[in-house]
Ligand binder design. Structure first.
Ligand code: NAD
Length: 485
C-alpha cells in the first residue's frame, strides 16, 4: 500500500502530485508548531495582518490562470467553473482581511441602568490554532471560506485538504509563506479519514469541517473527548421555487446553471425545482431550450467530468432508481455516461420519496415537479432533513416565499447570489450543519468574545460586596418592581 496521497487528474488519468500521508505524530507536530506561529500571528494586530493577507491576495491574483489550471487539473472541472471559484475565493480573502478589525476590535456596549457606573466592552480574540478539513468539489473556495476568516481573526491554521485535491491545498500554504516572515501560519497535513480524525483529536481550538453530513457526525464524535468546538458545513438538497408570476425564462436559465455548473458537484447546487402548475409546461420547455450543456473532458465542454469514481456510482444509482419507479427524463437519460463523464439529465414525474428527491445527488441532474400552490411548494422544499441554500423566482412574492424555506441562505430571482456577497453569513440548518463562514459571523466564528467591565469614578452602591449597606438589600424588591415589573 502506498504511503502517499496521490492526486490523479480526472481529465487525463495522470498524476498531478503526491504527498506523504501524515502520521499521528506529524499531525501533533504540525499543531504544536502552528501554536507558536499563532502566538506570533495573533500578536501582530489587525493592521499588520491585513497588510500581509492583502499582499498574499495580490500574489494569488497575479497567478490567476495558474490557479485555474491547477484546480482544473486536479478536479477536472471546466475552466469557467475554476475561474468563478478562484474569483470568489479571492473576493472572500479580500473581505475577511479588510473587515476583521471593524468586526473584532474592542467596542463599547451599553452597561444598563443597573450597572451604569461601569464601562462595558467586548473584543474578539483569536482562538489559537484552527483545524480545517476540506472537500474536493471546490478545493480553493470552500476551505478558504474558513482559512481566510480564521487567519484574518488572528489564528494559525492546520489544514487537511481532501485526499482528492491535495495539490491545491499545498499551493495555498506555499504561496502564503513569503508573506509571513519565515513563519508558517497555514500548515498542511495530507491524508484521508485517519488524518482528519487525528486533527480532530489534536487539541486544536476549533475544527472547521466542510464535507458530507455522514462525515460531519464522525467529526463531532471525534472532537467530543477534547471538547473541541466544531463548525459544520455539510451537504444540501437545495430547491428552487418558481411561482406563477415568475420570469420563466430567467428562472429556467438559473435552474440550468444552478443545477449543472461544476457538473452539479456543489453543496448549494439546485437539485429540485418546484414550479407552479400555471407555468410548469412553459418552464419545462424553457429548461429544454437552455439545456445544450455538454459534459466532457475537452476544453470546449461546458462542464467537466465527475471528480471521484464513487460519486459517479451514487449519481447513476439515484437516476436509475427514479426511472425504474416511473420518472421520465425530459433531457438526457438516466444512464448517459462515458467513464467519469455524465451528461445532464432533467427528470419529471419523480416520486417524492425517490432517493433523487431526498438525498444529495451531487451530479448534473435536476428534477422538476409541478405544484398547485406555494404552500405545497414550501412543504415539499422543507421535507428533507437538509437546509442549506435555495432560490425563489417570483415577481411579487419572492422574499415572502423565501422566508418560509427552511434554509440558511436563499436568493430571489437568482441562484447562489448569497455565496458571492462576502458580507453575508454562509451556512445551513439541520443536516446541512451549523455555524457560519463569511461575513461578520464568519469572522466571529474563529474568535472568542472577551468581555470587560471597568468601574467608573461616580459614587455608586456596589452590590457585589458583603459590605453593602443593609438599605440596599431592603430596596432590592422595589428596584426589581421598578425595573422589571
Ligand atoms: P467527505 O465528507 O467525504 O470528506 C470531506 C473531508 O473529510 C475530506 O477531507 C475527508 O478526507 C475528510 N474525512 C473523511 N472521513 C473522515 C473522518 N472519519 N474523520 C475526519 N475527516 C474525515 O466529503 P467530500 O466527498 O470530500 O465532499 C463532498 C461533500 O461536501 C458534499 O456532501 C457537499 O455537499 C459537501 N460540501 C459542503 C459545503 C458547504 O459549505 N456546506 C461546501 C462544499 C461541499
Amino acid at each position: 500500500m502506498s504511503n502517499d496521497v496521490v492526486s490523479t487528474s480526472p481529465l487525463t488519468g495522470r498524476e498531478v502530485g503526491r504527498f506523504p500521508i501524515a502520521a499521528d505524530h506529524d499531525v501533533r507536530r504540525a499543531v504544536a508548531s502552528a501554536r507558536e506561529d499563532a502566538a506570533w500571528w495573533g500578536s501582530l494586530g489587525h493592521a499588520e495582518r491585513r497588510k500581509r493577507l492583502t499582499a498574499w491576495r495580490r500574489d494569488l491574483a497575479g497567478r490567476y490562470e495558474e490557479i485555474v489550471d491547477l484546480i482544473r487539473a486536479e478536479t477536472g472541472k471546466a475552466t469557467a467553473d475554476a475561474r468563478i471559484e478562484t474569483l470568489l475565493a479571492l473576493h472572500h480573502l479580500a473581505w475577511a482581511a479588510d473587515n476583521a478589525r471593524r468586526v473584532l476590535r474592542r467596542r463599547r456596549v451599553r452597561s444598563g441602568l443597573l450597572m451604569f457606573n461601569h464601562r462595558a466592552s467586548v473584543e474578539y480574540r483569536p482562538l489559537g490554532v484552527v483545524g480545517v478539513i476540506g472537500p474536493w468539489n471546490f478545493p480553493l473556495f470552500t476551505p478558504l471560506g474558513s482559512i481566510a476568516y480564521a487567519l484574518a481573526a488572528g489564528n494559525a491554521v492546520v489544514f487537511k485538504p481532501s485526499e482528492h485535491t491535495p495539490v491545491v491545498g499545498a499551493f495555498l500554504s506555499e504561496t502564503l509563506r513569503p508573506f509571513t516572515s519565515g513563519r508558517n501560519v497555514l500548515h498542511v497535513v495530507h491524508g484521508g479519514a485517519d488524518v482528519g480524525a487525528a486533527l480532530c483529536a489534536s487539541g486544536v481550538q476549533k475544527l472547521a469541517f466542510t464535507g458530507s453530513t455522514a462525515t460531519a457526525k464522525k467529526i463531532m464524535a471525534a472532537c467530543a473527548p477534547t471538547l473541541t468546538p466544531v463548525l459544520i458545513e455539510a451537504g444540501g438538497k437545495d430547491a428552487m421555487i418558481v411561482d406563477a408570476d415568475a420570469d420563466v425564462t430567467a428562472a429556467a436559465r438559473a435552474a440550468v446553471w444552478g443545477g449543472m455548473a461544476n457538473a452539479g458537484q456543489a453543496c448549494i447546487g439546485i437539485e429540485r425545482v418546484y414550479v407552479h402548475r400555471a407555468v410548469f409546461d412553459h418552464f419545462m420547455d424553457a429548461v429544454r431550450a437552455e439545456m445544450p450543456v455538454r459534459a466532457g473532458l475537452d476544453d470546449d465542454a461546458a462542464i467537466g467530468p465527475i471528480t471521484t469514481g464513487s460519486q459517479v456510482e451514487i449519481i447513476r444509482a439515484q437516476l436509475v432508481e427514479a426511472v425504474s419507479r416511473g420518472a421520465r427524463p425530459v433531457v438526457g437519460s438516466a444512464d448517459a455516461r462515458d467513464g467519469n463523464v455524465i451528461q445532464p439529465a432533467v427528470l419529471v414525474d419523480v416520486p417524492d420519496d425517490a432517493r433523487v428527491m431526498t438525498e444529495e445527488t451531487f451530479g448534473p441532474a435536476l428534477t422538476l415537479r409541478a405544484v398547485q400552490t406555494m404552500d405545497e411548494a414550501i412543504s415539499l422544499v422543507n421535507s428533507t432533513g437538509y437546509g442549506l441554500g435555495g432560490a425563489v423566482f417570483s415577481r411579487r412574492n419572492g422574499a415572502a416565499i423565501a422566508g418560509r424555506m427552511r434554509a440558511g441562505m436563499v436568493s430571489v430571482n437568482a441562484v447562489q447570489a448569497f455565496a458571492a456577497i462576502a458580507s453575508l453569513p454562509y451556512g445551513g440548518v439541520g443536516e446541512s450543519g451549523f455555524g457560519r463562514i463569511h461575513g461578520d459571523e464568519g469572522l466571529r466564528e474563529f474568535a472568542a468574545a472577551a468581555s470587560l467591565t471597568v468601574r467608573g469614578p461616580l459614587p455608586s452602591v456596589d452590590m457585589m460586596t458583603f459590605r453593602r449597606p443593609p438599605l440596599v438589600d431592603r430596596l432590592l424588591p422595589a428596584v426589581v418592581r421598578r425595573l422589571f415589573g
